[in-house]
Design a protein around this ligand. Sequence first.
Ligand SMILES: [Zn+2]
Length: 85
Amino acid sequence: MIQTREILNAVNFIFKKNLPSFMSDKYCDVKGCQDLSFKTVPSNLAKKAFTFDDSKTKVHLCKVHYKEYKKKTKQDREVDRMDWV
Ligand SMILES: [Zn+2]
């Protein structure tokens, strides 16, 4: 039991160091997803990729959904950039 606890402590330490949001007890806001939050993104952009229940200004995404979010909002972000030219 002590060994297990030591391993968990080591894992917690690594995650605390590398992924601060991992320890924040926040969960992915995508409907039906129960993974821990990896990144927080503006909801107006996130809503282009996913559907959210309530109107927040920022939403939490897990690692998998963040990747999907980046993929799905890539075009929009490129269009935004073109508007500047
Ligand atoms: Zn998710």
